[in-house]
Design a protein around this ligand. Structure first.
Ligand SMILES: Cc1cc2nc3c(=O)[nH]c(=O)nc-3n(C[C@H](O)[C@H](O)[C@H](O)COP(=O)(O)OP(=O)(O)OC[C@H]3O[C@@H](n4cnc5c(N)ncnc54)[C@H](O)[C@@H]3O)c2cc1C
Length: 327
């Protein structure tokens, strides 16, 4: 049985597990649960995990595929997608049918089943905008359950599956409600300037996002990484005001009654952008992305991430939370 985790995490970390079990159907999952006698971890594309060491258990690789239209009217279409589908393939399928909702999320690595876990987002859109529901298997009870949008507590890179229900469910299918009515989101400067004033084709936006992302972010096939390593910290206005007085150039966005700080700016100010630290470092074009220069271990990357957290804490008094799931 395959035990090498290196091809299964985009950091390209060398680590071992007891075995990688591919699950192609709900039946496969129930059969595994009946005979399992060891700990296990569900994995999609491994693009949001950091293995700090070998994993003393089995990896369950979700391979449930399929994109099925289950309802439709003149305005929208409800699609049920196997959790093992590649996220970007779903986005390209949707824009190929000129459906709206997912186009700003093109080229995010990983599987459909992982998208609700951290409520993936990019360029002014998060997946909960058109998330309808998901089907999951309760790994303790061996029962199935449907979660509707309002039950998932979606937030910024957050959901119930990262909080109270962490590790308890294996998501098998996700349903998205996609609009047939053009609704371009061009609030992000880069996307607006690539697209121009507007468009009635969602594909135009997806293509613009793909161009921007290819230019800005490292391709994990060439340099190991897990995208943004930290979340942008959200602080109160009371905490923000003295910070802004001290650092007038501080990069931030309004977040309702609170303020979201650009973690990349904080890290950059601490001198970490593009630095090389042993086998690890940050990407030259984006300080938020920690990279593996080839032979980094999970421990090394984790220690480097902690060094960044400490520097930001010491300088700005702000705590950077890791976005990546550390195993
Ligand atoms: C270059 C790059 C750019 C990125 N850009 C973005 C971005 O713009 N926006 C963004 O939000 N994210 C981004 N990411 C992070 C990543 O792509 C997303 O978090 C993605 O959803 C992870 O999918 P995955 O299948 O690889 O999940 P994995 O890394 O395999 O798993 C992530 C977590 O979800 C759990 N999980 C996975 N599948 C299931 C399932 N079926 N059921 C239950 N639990 C499951 C795992 O146990 C783990 O805790 C980026 C990553 C990279 C490498």
């Amino acid at each position: 049985m395959e035990t090498n985790l290196k091809p299964h995490n985009t950091f390209g970390i060398q680590a071992q597990c007891k075995g990688i079990i591919r699950l192609y159907s709900e039946q496969d999952i129930f059969e595994f649960l009946l005979r399992q006698d060891s700990q296990y971890l569900v994995l999609g594309g491994g693009s949001n995990v950091l293995f700090r060491s070998d994993y003393d258990g089995f990896i369950l690789k979700n391979e449930i595929k399929g994109i099925e239209i289950i309802d439709e009217d003149e305005k929208a279409l409800l699609v049920k997608v196997g959790a093992g589908e590649i996220w970007h393939s779903l986005v390209m399928w949707s824009v190929g049918h000129n459906l709206w909702g997912l186009e700003n999320l093109a080229l995010i690595p990983g599987s459909v089943g992982a998208a609700p876990i951290q409520n993936i987002g990019a360029y002014g859109v998060e997946q909960n905008k058109c998330f309808h529901s998901l089907n999951a298997i309760d790994l303790e009870q061996g029962t199935t359950r449907t979660f509707y949008n309002e039950e998932c507590n979606f937030g910024y890179r957050d959901s119930i599956f990262k909080q109270a229900e962490k590790g308890k469910f294996l998501i098998t299918h996700v349903c998205y409600l996609l609009s047939k009515i053009p609704n371009p989101v061009l609030s992000y400067g880069d996307v607006a300037s690539e697209v121009g004033s507007s468009t009635d084709r969602s594909e135009v936006i997806a293509e613009a996002v793909i161009r921007i992302r290819k230019n800005k972010l490292p391709n994990p096939a060439e340099i190991g990484n897990s995208g943004s390593f930290f979340k942008n910290p959200i602080i109160s206005k009371e905490e923000f005001e003295p910070l802004q007085a001290l650092y007038p150039g501080i990069a931030f966005y309004a977040a309702g009654a609170q303020v979201k700080l650009a973690a990349a700016w904080l890290i950059d100010q601490c001198g970490f952008k593009g630095i090389v630290d042993g086998n690890t470092g940050t990407y030259k074009k984006q300080a938020l992305v920690i990279v593996n220069h080839g032979a980094a271990t999970g421990k090394e990357i984790f220690a480097f991430a902690q060094k960044i957290q400490q520097a930001v804490k010491d300088r700005f008094g702000v705590v950077l939370e890791m976005e990546v799931n550390v195993v």
